[in-house]
Design a protein. Structure first.
Length: 506
């Protein structure tokens, strides 16, 4: 029942309570569904390790920062309201972590999100075809003030009520649809992966979102970095961006236009300087500027201050790090490193013999760190393979022919299952690449879409840990330190862009 109410809660949030329940929405039906979902989810919370996740504590810290940011600016009663506005967004994370324990659970969630996207697209396209262009699913975008030319952009409802938000949701959902992909199953892949992904891409086109064009470019770079190399994938990404621009993806708008956005970033920096600790208050940026910051990091820093943005970056850093290292194949990494050494030896024959790494890397004794008894303190660096345990744990069965992760027990291929979990983690890397790239041009630090993705990533990482193919989580203090460094780097990047823009001709 916990999974059922989780799906219903997310479906209600994405399509809006009014769409699903009509007049019942006035009775706060979404809160009732969320409460039921939490109650039934408590039965499975014990095995979810939700309280051991760094993401959990980062989100709980944000739940403190949100009301404090408002109260610190003199509105004591506004703190409760801010918290009540924030809680529905982050609830999805906890529900997913507690209930999505198997692959088919994640597939069911992916199918629900796809249904939401298609539902919105169908209504928008139907409205355009019938000539009813003044509807809640369509947005008039003025292209030229001189000619009065405009374009129609599709959008959703609730937190998807802006075309850019809807495009961000779609670009992050495309990789998740590949949860249905199966090796050597052409018909299944066409029906449940490629066609749905194509439909989502068409929906992105109908939003005419310029940020999604950039997101697709980065998406290609990240997706192809292994098989064809970063340079080749970057060329393909830039080529795709140029092709989309040539084909009118942006609806005739200048993709380089963004002076007002950079000006909003500058306002955000000034607001942060004036209120460095707790910011100007949750969802209050628009009170100080005509438009929102159009940058997720900037709006979070300006509204929640240094404390809030630090925990928000911690949430992102830990989540992406976990799926990134899970996606790594230690055997393939060892082969790649050995190939580099072989190439080096071939180029420098005068060097003494270089020993092979393959056997050393995959033995429990070899790791860049120390391990003693039950307490292990592994140090993992970017690109380095992690060590597999000497003996892989046996996965308990559920009595229905499936192990507790949802894979068939009879005739099972553990290596293939491990590879599948790694592949699933890679899909979330791509999803975040698209989402955060689009988020660089949007102010979406609190949207439910983000916390849904974080929940999916956390569930996959837990599956990998249970199989013994993922490195341990980073110590909290170390992760917080790295997050602080990322915050500083992001401030420098925004500061440089703002100052360079000041010297550019307009």
């Amino acid at each position: 029942m916990g999974l059922f109410f989780t799906i219903l809660y997310i479906l209600t949030a994405y399509l809006s309570p009014e769409t699903l329940f009509g007049t019942l929405a006035q009775s706060h039906i979404e809160m009732i569904i969320g409460l039921l979902a939490l109650i039934f989810s408590l039965f499975s919370a014990a095995g979810s390790n939700v309280l051991k996740l760094t993401q959990t504590w980062a989100i709980l810290a944000l739940c403190v920062c949100v009301p404090v940011s408002v109260m610190a600016n003199g509105w004591m009663g506004g703190g409760v309201k801010a918290l009540l506005d924030f809680i529905p967004e982050i609830t999805a994370f906890f529900l997913i972590v507690m209930n999505c324990r198997k692959k088919w659970h994640l597939q069911l969630l992916a199918a629900t999100l796809f249904f939401c996207a298609v539902f919105i697209m169908r209504h928008a396209i139907s409205d355009i075809a019938s000539g009813q262009t003044r509807t809640e699913y369509l947005f008039y975008q003025l292209v030229s003030e001189d000619t009065g030319e405009f374009i129609l952009r599709i959008r959703g409802l609730s937190f998807l009520g802006d075309p850019n938000d809807f495009a961000q949701f779609l670009v992050s959902l495309i990789p998740i649809m590949f949860l249905f992909w199966k090796k050597d199953s052409i018909v299944t892949n066409i029906l449940f992966t490629y066609i749905p992904a194509s439909i989502l891409f068409y929906g992105m086109y109908l939003t005419h979102s310029r940020g999604s064009m950039v997101a697709m470019m980065v998406f290609c770079m990240v997706a192809g970095r292994r098989k064809i190399g970063l340079i080749s994938s970057a060329v393909i990404g830039v080529g795709l961006f140029a092709a989309l621009n040539f084909l009118g993806y942006s609806g005739g708008r200048d993709v380089a236009a963004g002076d007002d956005r950079v000006s909003a970033w500058a306002t955000g920096i000034l607001l942060f300087r004036a209120h460095p600790l707790f910011g100007v208050g949750f969802n209050r940026f628009a009170e100080f500027n005509e438009i929102t910051a159009h940058n997720t990091f900037v709006v979070c820093a300006a509204e929640l201050g240094l404390v809030g943005v630090l925990f928000w970056v911690l949430l992102m850093f830990v989540t992406i790090r976990n799926v990134w290292v899970t996606n790594q194949d230690p055997e393939q990494n060892a082969k790649d490193q050995q190939k580099k050494l072989d190439d080096l030896a071939a180029e420098q024959p005068f060097l003494p013999g270089i020993p092979t790494l393959t056997d050393a890397v995959l033995t429990p004794a070899t790791v860049s760190g120390t391990a003693s008894g039950a307490n292990q303190n592994h140090q993992f660096s970017a690109g380095m393979p992690f060590v597999l345990p000497a003996e892989m744990p046996e996965l308990a069965t559920t009595g229905d022919g499936l192990n507790h992760l949802g894979f068939p027990e009879e005739g099972r291929d553990k290596a293939a299952e491990d590879a599948e979990v790694r592949r699933m983690a890679g899909l979330l890397v791509l999803s975040f690449a698209g989402f955060l790239t689009a988020g660089w041009f949007l102010s979406r630090a609190y949207t439910m879409c983000l916390y849904v993705n974080v929940g999916i990533a956390a569930s996959i990482y837990r599956m990998a840990q249970e199989r013994g193919i993922a490195p341990p989580p980073l110590p909290f203090g170390f992760a917080l330190k790295r997050s602080a460094q990322i915050v500083l780097a992001l401030f420098v990047i925004v500061w440089v862009i703002v100052h360079v823009d000041n010297y550019m001709p307009h």
